[in-house]
Ligand binder design. Sequence first.
Ligand SMILES: [Zn+2]
Length: 296
Amino acid sequence: MVEQIGKSVKGVKCGDPVVLSYQSCGHCRPCRKGHPTDCERFYEANFGFARLDGSNALQCSGVRGHFFGQSSFATHALATERNLVKVPKDLPLELLSPLGCGLQTGAGTVMNSLAVPAGASIAILGVGAVGLAAVMAARIVGASPIIGVDIISMRLKLALELGATHTIDSRQNDVASRIMDITGSGVDYVVETTGDAKMYRLSMDMLNPQGTVAFLTGISGPASLPEGRKTLSVIQGDAVPQRFIPKLIALYRAGQFPFDRFVKFYDFSDINRAIAHARSGGTIKPVLRISEAQGL
Ligand SMILES: [Zn+2]
């Protein structure tokens, strides 16, 4: 909830519910062309632990803030107009919170970065929160088949419910040959969310000769690729949060992007339990809630 605004802020007012996303400079060429995920100052804006002018709001305390342009792992956060998105008042704010990063990344990769057309085949490696957002987006754009790959059966089951036409447990199957069985010649698109070196190599083997693989975990593409195949290193699904998050909320309301199926709430004091459940795969997207009594 916006509590105070600076004097130049125009887009939000006190009392507005908002979600937070990544930061960008707003001035460089990619930002001006509408691709703030390619901001020339992306790294320092998000991981520089300072404002872009070098100042730091928390300097008196000796703690450095501004992680992702916000440092919101706290009861209060300082954000800018560029990395907050006003959201509807009638939806639970704690549910909307994950839209600003992982869900935007998964859905944006399919809808923006790859612009997957109807009828295209797609494999999604890792169906955690990012991968499941990609699965739901693939169903929305009409991709087929949609193949979810993971090692946790609960996630694979959920992927089927949310839009996957096939799933593969990569511990029990030869993933590339299963994908060849399903598609005949490999998939048109692979979305790699795991960061696992084995999956990274496998993604090349499951692409058809003109296919594209999107890497979402910061791994850069391989030095050499089989002819015709393309790789893309994707940040935040090439999404402009102020446009894309309202779109995801509208899809949620329409029942097409039911991400509430994998969000689970924990009291802040249960943070260790939330982490344990996330690590075991039992919870896909834990959200910590701070109760009134704890200071909000
Ligand atoms: Zn920029």
